[in-house]
Design a protein around this ligand. Structure first.
Ligand SMILES: [Zn+2]
Length: 236
């Protein structure tokens, strides 16, 4: 039978039969796939840890009757710390929720972002939601919605006061805004810039105002919901 190796992160799963589990993986090579893990709920199961949410591993998969079957797993990191801190856990779950709703084929950039985000959440002591907001910012960028522009998307004037037109996800000037445009304050924009400039591991050095961060959170969430039609997992 054909065997393939994929690098993947466990997004979640459902128990089936006595000791099996159907697991949802986000893979580097194939995007999101569902796989079957047999006997993994037994106490002495070899792949006991490979079925858990956040597990990052090289998985060996074989063609199965209905879905591929995992026959081996070489764990790279299970991000154990995430399950030991309720705040970190929920923030990580919100990230994986976005990934599990992501449609489309494999996306190496998104894969790298997920791993970097989980690593920073697990091993750094960062302000709440910094990692989530940076992930959301990057995710929107991957989808083709970049916040960093100096021109109104409609009339091409240089942007002073800027607004986000939620209908199309583009920035407009005061003259071009409509009823579905929300203002992006200077404080909010400064936060987006700060998150964009730093890598996940360096987010501790980001110093931003609380108000700016709250505004950025709100704007990113709204933009995500309008762009995808999905809700953000309630974590706040
Ligand atoms: Zn304009």
């Amino acid at each position: 039978m054909a065997t393939t190796k994929v690098k993947a992160i466990v997004l979640g799963g459902t128990n089936v039969k006595e000791k099996d589990r159907i697991v949802s993986l986000y893979t580097l090579e194939q995007g999101k796939i569902s796989v079957s893990m047999k006997g993994v709920r037994g106490d002495k199961a070899k792949m006991k840890f490979a079925k858990e949410i956040f597990c990052f591993a090289d998985f060996i998969i074989e063609e199965g009757k209905n879905i591929p079957v995992v026959t081996g797993a070489d764990i790279i990191d299970n991000f154990y710390g995430l399950s030991q801190d309720i705040d970190k856990y929920y923030e990580a779950c919100a990230i994986l929720d976005i990934v599990s709703k992501h449609s489309g084929e494999s996306n190496p950039q998104l894969f790298i972002d997920i791993i970097k985000a989980l690593k920073a959440l697990c091993y750094e002591n960062l302000e709440k939601y910094y990692v989530f907001d940076k992930f959301l910012l990057n995710y929107l960028k991957i989808m083709g919605y970049d916040f960093f522009t100096d021109r109104c998307s409609s009339c091409k004037a240089t942007l002073g006061h800027r607004y986000l037109n939620l209908e199309v996800g583009e920035q407009v000037c005061p003259a071009c805004k409509n009823a579905l445009s929300v203002q992006i304050s200077d404080a909010c924009y400064a936060v987006l810039r700060a998150f964009d400039e730093k890598d996940y591991a360096d987010l501790a050095s980001v110093k931003v105002s609380n108000n700016g961060h709250l505004a950025a959170c709100g704007l990113l969430s709204k933009d995500y919901e309008w762009r995808t039609g999905n809700k953000i997992l309630e974590i706040k």
